[in-house]
Every structure is written in structure tokens, then in C-alpha cells.
Design a binder for this molecule. Structure first.
Ligand code: DCP
Ligand code: MG
Length: 451
């Protein structure tokens, strides 16, 4: 029995409620109780978050702001103030760190706290969870939800169930009852495509998933993802809580000797920067939950945009894809050149809690990193056929790679020692969920130039 007590893990997960909107309502009391929508206000702007009052009108994150204005014409629409949100997030993290030295910020508004073994100092963990909830509320003035459970997977699900404004505790003996009714899409790493594939096979809830044989899951999703689904269905997760450097971010900026003109040139440079920051992320064994871009135009106006990723990643292709999607979210003025570009990654977490990218070629990410570290950062870039590059010439070698659940690499580039010389295109990858607007049947090309 003593052994059991010593080994019992208690992980807490905190997630702020309607975070950006709550900060705005805190700073401007006249907005409390009103529908507040924070996001891009331009023609192609997207909603970052909506207060619960606005959600009642059907407004939600990632919705085009134009649609939100139609649904909620009386809403208060505000541009985000990231510096202020960073400040509020830091205040929350400071409170958490008084309860445990092991705090892992997962994004700006979420964190895991390892409460294992804190009973002697702070009393029963259930009481600590309530106390953390109360202190965040009273000391920051912001609402949050708290989940407490034996591991990270369950703690995160518990805080979702606690929303808005509650505390939900899952004891070891309640795990099965807690998980069974939840839709499979709630599980970490189960995106819409996996959920659809499961639904086609009659699996809708975690309880349904639990009834599926391990061998069947392997045959549907492959050994790695199959095994992960099997474990998640049972609430099993032994990943540790990792404290990472506070508010850390990785970014890279370039001021160009000559201004860049045109969407394609800007996109190509953003992809290069994305590859560079992804490499640094991988070197530090971290995953990013947020991608940012910065654009400074020739007239010195500067714009930053950011997006929360559906799941943490260090995949250079996914990061490049998001950076270019952010570019296309705003106005691109053809007549004004771009002086400076930057790509940044934030909301960094330790790569030990890595969700399987079930439908993304993760080996490709690692392969890209290897080639770049062996042959230099100029050895590969991402682009499209026809995109002019001073020293490179592109072509589609494998236009047949069209199965978006399984992006493929062409075999032909192999056997050249990775150094085929200038003007050769070695690999073609069709990106799943690509937002590049390329005609179907074409693919994202890895341009290679060793010389
Ligand atoms: N965010 C964003 N873009 C998204 C989703 C979120 O910019 N697609 C930002 C705004 C949110 C913050 O991240 O306020 C936290 O995201 P959450 O998913 O936790 O959403 P909220 O905190 O806004 O609401 P909830 O109460 O559902 O947690
Ligand atoms: Mg939140």
C-alpha cells in the first residue's frame, strides 16, 4: 500500500477560458457580459477567440471574421494584444510555480503541473487543485478551468470537461467511466481524418475504441498510431511533465538587400525561414504549438500574424505550410516591396510528449533535417514547380503522389549521395491539407542544389 501511495502520479492541467477575450473584458469592464471577438479585423481576418457570450451566436476560433460579423453584428471586435496576453500568461505561470517546480507551459493559456508528492507540503491534491483554481481567478482576475488526473492525457481531458470555470478530478478508479462517453476526436492527436476513419468503422466514442482489438487498430492505422490509440482508449499515458524555459520562442528574421515583390517570392523566402527555425526546434528537442510571421514593408509598416496549430509539431513542412497560409491570410500589396521577413515559433513544449502526426510523413521531417545538417542549409528548399530560383530548376518527378493520407517521396533521388548538382529536383511531396492553392495533382517540391 505504501508503495502504491509513493507511485501515484497527480498531474494538473490548467486552461484559461476564452483567454484573449477574457483579458480584454478584464481590462475594459464595460465589455463584461458582452460578446467580445478577438482576431484579425482585415478583410481576410480570422477569429482568434470569442467570449462565451459571443459563442452563443455560433462564433468560434478559426472562423473568418467576416462570418463572425454576420452571426454577431452587435459583437465588439478587437485586434489581439499579444504582449498583454503574454503578461497575463506569465502571471498564471508564476502562481503555478508556487505549487510545484515542474510546470510545463503547453501554449500561452495552458500548462501542466506535476503535483506528484506535493501532499506533504500543500495537503491533499484535490484541495490543491481547488486552491490553484481560486488563486488564478482572484490574483489574475481571469477565469480558468482545471483538470486533475493520474496523467497528462486524462488531466487535459478533465480540464475540457470542467469548462467553463470549473475543476474536474478523475481518480484512478473513475478512468473508464470518465473516458467511455467522450467522442474519439477529443483524444490527443486524433484529428478529423482519423475520427472520420474510425466513424466509418462504427467507432465514435472512446468506449467504442476500447472495444477494438489491438491487431485491428494496427491494420487500420499502422503499428505506431495503432498502439497509441489502443493506449489512449485505456487512459494510459506515462509521459512526464517537462518544465521548459519560460516564455521561450525561436525565431529568425532576414532584412533583404533588395526588396521582395510578389506573393511567390515572399512565400519562398518564408519557407526557407520556416526550415531554419524548424531545424533549431529539432536541435533543442522541442515542439511548437504556435507559428508566427512578421512582414516589414518598404514603407516600414510592420505586420505580425500568428496561428495556433491543431497539434504540436517540429515538422519543417507543416511549419512552412502554416507560415505561407498566414501570409495569404492578409493583403499582399503588389506595388510595395517587402524589406524584412521573419518566422517565429512559440508555445514550445518538450518533444517527449509527441502526438503522432497520424497522416503526415514524419520520417520526411527527420530526413529533411538530416540532409540540411549534412549538406548545409542551402541544400534544400521548399517550393513549387515553375517557381524561379537563381540556381535551381524545378520539376515534378512524382505527380502521382496524390493520396493525402500518405504523402510519398520519390525514389529517384536516391543513390546520388544526396548531391545531384545544380538544377536537379530530387523529391516531390504532396502535402496533406495544403493551403498553397496549387492545382490538384501537383505537389510541393523539395528543390535540391548541392554545388
Ligand atoms: N487561439 C488562436 N487561434 C486559434 C485558437 C486559439 O489564436 N485557432 C488563441 C486565442 C485563445 C488562446 O489561443 O484565447 C487559447 O486557446 P484555447 O483553445 O484555449 O481557447 P480559449 O482559451 O479562447 O477558449 P476556451 O475557453 O475554449 O479554452
Ligand atoms: Mg483556453
Amino acid at each position: 500500500m505504501g508503495y502504491d501511495c509513493a507511485m501515484a502520479r497527480w498531474i494538473l492541467h490548467v486552461d484559461m477560458d476564452a483567454f484573449f477575450a477574457s483579458v480584454e473584458q478584464l481590462d475594459r469592464p464595460e465589455l463584461r457580459g458582452r460578446p467580445v471577438i478577438v482576431g484579425g479585423l482585415g478583410r481576410r481576418g480570422v477569429v482568434s477567440t470569442a467570449s462565451y457570450e459571443a459563442r452563443a451566436f455560433g462564433v468560434h476560433s478559426a472562423m473568418p471574421t467576416a462570418k463572425a460579423r454576420k452571426l454577431c453584428p452587435h459583437g465588439v471586435f478587437l485586434a489581439p494584444r499579444f504582449a498583454r496576453y503574454e503578461e497575463a500568461a506569465a502571471a498564471t505561470r508564476a502562481i503555478l510555480s508556487t505549487f510545484s517546480p515542474v510546470v510545463e507551459p503547453l501554449s500561452l493559456d495552458e500548462a501542466f503541473v506535476d503535483l506528484t508528492g506535493t501532499e506533504r507540503l500543500h495537503g491533499p491534491v484535490e484541495r490543491t487543485a481547488q486552491e490553484i483554481h481560486r488563486r488564478i481567478r482572484t490574483e489574475t482576475g481571469l477565469p480558468c478551468s482545471v483538470g486533475l488526473a493520474p496523467n497528462k492525457l486524462l488531466a487535459k481531458l478533465a480540464s475540457e470537461v470542467a469548462k467553463p470555470g470549473g475543476v474536474h478530478i478523475v481518480h484512478e478508479e473513475d478512468v473508464d467511466g470518465f473516458l467511455a462517453p467522450l467522442p474519439v476526436g477529443r483524444l490527443w492527436g486524433v484529428g478529423p481524418q482519423t475520427a472520420r476513419k474510425l466513424a466509418e468503422r462504427g467507432v465514435h466514442t472512446v468506449g467504442d475504441l476500447r472495444g477494438v482489438d489491438a491487431s485491428l487498430l494496427h491494420s487500420w492505422f499502422g503499428p505506431a498510431a495503432g498502439a497509441q490509440l489502443w493506449r489512449m482508449a485505456r487512459g494510459l499515458d506515462d509521459s512526464p511533465v517537462h518544465s521548459v524555459r519560460d516564455a521561450k520562442s525561436i525565431s529568425q528574421e532576414v532584412t533583404y538587400p533588395e526588396d521582395l515583390y510578389g506573393e511567390e517570392d515572399i512565400a519562398r523566402e518564408l519557407r526557407q525561414l520556416a526550415m531554419a527555425v524548424a531545424t533549431r526546434l529539432a536541435e533543442e528537442a522541442l515542439l511548437a504549438t504556435t507559428v508566427r510571421i512578421k512582414i516589414r514593408w518598404a514603407d516600414f509598416t510592420t505586420r505580425t500574424r500568428q496561428v495556433r496549430l491543431p497539434e504540436p509539431t517540429d515538422h519543417p513542412v507543416l511549419i512552412a505550410d502554416e507560415a505561407v497560409a498566414l501570409l495569404r491570410r492578409g493583403e499582399i500589396q503588389a506595388e510595395v516591396g517587402v524589406r524584412l521577413l521573419g518566422v517565429g515559433l512559440a508555445g514550445l513544449i518538450a518533444a517527449t510528449f509527441r502526438p503522432e502526426h497520424l497522416f503526415v510523413p514524419s520520417q520526411l521531417g527527420a530526413a529533411l533535417q538530416q540532409v540540411r545538417s549534412r549538406h548545409g542549409t542551402q541544400s534544400l528548399s521548399l517550393g513549387f514547380p515553375g517557381e524561379g530560383h537563381p540556381r535551381r530548376e524545378a520539376g515534378i518527378l512524382n505527380p502521382g503522389a496524390k493520396d493525402d493520407a500518405d504523402a510519398k517521396m520519390d525514389e529517384r533521388g536516391r543513390g546520388r549521395g544526396g548531391c545531384g548538382g545544380v538544377g536537379q529536383c530530387d523529391r516531390v511531396v504532396r502535402l496533406p491539407n495544403s493551403d498553397h492553392g496549387v492545382p490538384s495533382g501537383q505537389g510541393l517540391v523539395l528543390l535540391s542544389a548541392c554545388g
